[in-house]
Design a protein around this ligand. Structure first.
Ligand code: ATP
Ligand code: MG
Length: 435
């Protein structure tokens, strides 16, 4: 295992020389077997935490309640956990108390999937009592032990199941899948933060469409609905669009695309993302894209789609106006993101609904001219405007106040529309006239 990680190899030999058993376990063994890059290294040992601490000069008691000690070497830090068995599970999440044991197989047995229940010794020999390697060869994701029980103990495992199946391109083995269907309602016990983190890893991974389809088919999304009132089943109508999500690189782009397909008001989506504990910055970046599309779409409500498309080609001025205004109100980043989304979204003439109409009418025109229109906008924020609020107050001889922000925004929008150049004198002139 020296080739995998020199430091880990040192930790294992130190512990075995002291007379304990020690192995690499979990995700790093799985990834080593698959020949994939290894992220974090977990080590399991028969040594008790105090014994681990006495084997190494530098350690930190990072998770003593779970039996985990972090060993600090010049090569890096390594989490070393004493073999354990999990007793009582509480609240459908991992247990609060642990029991130390001396047997590796018992330790591997508490792990979620067979591919995550393998160990590797210092010589690089894989110990695989639950046939994880065979399942990997078959391309199958299987629970260790009775699946229904395992999902019942810890409902988070159901999301991990969908995540691993999608990111590793595995089929969920049939009894594991049946158990997932049976236990999906337990998802409501999982903290939103955990749900968000798993969803992010699925959507930001290599196969977001597969993840979405598994979430829908398992009805995990249906059980999320109590907490997140979003019509996830609408994704079923956007098969090609789901496949297009992976063509987007940015995480915000992917979320914006998926959420756009749900055709909900941007404000409703913001509430759901907040509920999911997304950071404020993540929320706002995603919502801005939806809000921009909403603003542009609102301009196009009249007329059958054929006529509306034709009208836009003949006279794109109204679209140009909402696009430029939308871009300064929602930000250049949102405008660029929306163009990227539109460029990967497949056209499907048989689709119905507001979004479909938008894709058939405004989208082609935005793809044709949207970028050029953005290039004509001299600035996208008040900071870049050639005058400040203080300039206005001095020049107009008024007390500073909220009026400054409103007037500046008005001026910004007029520069965006090309009515005023972004120059101090012209802006002040316009400000005086506006009063
Ligand atoms: P990755 O790091 O890519 O998410 P991983 O398998 O290493 O994958 P971790 O969350 O780092 O996942 O957990 C390390 C190991 O701990 C897993 O491989 C698995 O053996 C075990 N494990 C983690 N979470 C659970 C769980 N909820 N139930 C049972 N075993 C788990
Ligand atoms: Mg890991």
């Amino acid at each position: 295992i020296e080739v995998i990680d020199r430091g880990a190899s040192l930790v294992l030999s130190k512990l075995t020389e002291a007379g304990y058993e020690a192995y690499l376990v979990g995700g790093c063994v799985r990834d080593a077997v698959l020949g994939r890059p290894i992220k974090d290294i977990d080590i399991a040992t028969s040594a008790l935490p105090e014994q681990v601490m006495s084997c190494f000069p530098r350690t930190a008691p990072t998770g003593l309640q779970h039996g985990t000690v972090t060993v600090i070497l010049s090569q890096g830090t390594y989490e070393v956990t004493t073999f354990r068995k999990e007793t009582e599970y509480e609240g459908f999440r991992r247990p609060t108390s642990v029991e130390y044991i001396s047997d590796l197989t018992e330790d591997l047995k508490r792990r979620d999937f067979t591919m995550n229940a393998m160990a590797m010794d210092a010589a690089g020999v894989v110990l695989d009592p639950f046939a994880g390697q065979k399942d990997l060869e078959l391309g199958v994701l299987r629970c260790v032990g009775a699946a229904e029980e395992r999902f019942g103990e810890d409902a988070l495992r159901m999301l991990r199941c969908v995540r691993f199946a999608s990111t590793y391109g595995l089929e969920v083995e049939s009894s594991t899948w049946q158990a997932l269907l049976a236990q999906a309602p337990l998802l409501r016990h999982i903290a939103m933060e955990r749900v968000r983190s798993e969803l992010q890893r699925m959507i930001e991974g290599p196969a977001p469409a597969r993840a979405v389809r598994l979430l829908l088919a398992s009805r995990l999304t249906a059980h999320l609905k109590k907490q997140l009132p979003l019509p996830f089943e609408r994704w079923l109508a956007w098969d090609d669009a789901l496949d297009a999500v992976s063509a987007l690189e940015g995480q915000h782009d992917r979320w914006a695309m998926l959420l756009m397909l749900l055709e909900m008001p941007a404000d409703t989506v913001r509430t759901a993302l907040q509920e999911l504990t997304f950071s404020r910055a993540d929320c706002e970046a995603v919502v801005a894209v939806l809000a921009l599309r909403e603003a542009v779409a609102a301009q196009l409500t009249s007329g059958a789609s054929q006529n509306a498309a034709l009208a836009l080609v003949q006279d794109p001025a109204p679209l140009e106006r909402v696009w430029k205004l939308g871009a300064v109100r929602r930000g250049e980043a949102a405008a660029r993101a929306l163009l990227r989304l539109l460029s990967v979204l497949p056209q499907s003439p048989e689709q119905r609904g507001e979004l479909a109409r938008f894709l058939q009418t405004a989208a082609p025109e935005l793809l044709r001219r949207g970028d050029a229109w953005l290039k004509e906008v001299p600035c996208f924020s008040l900071k870049e405007l050639a005058i400040s609020g203080t300039d206005l107050a001095e020049e107009l001889g008024r007390q500073p106040g909220p009026w400054m922000g409103m007037l500046l925004q008005q001026l910004l929008e007029r520069t965006a529309l090309g009515e005023i150049p972004n120059e101090r004198e012209s802006l002040l002139l316009a400000a005086r006239a506006a009063k």
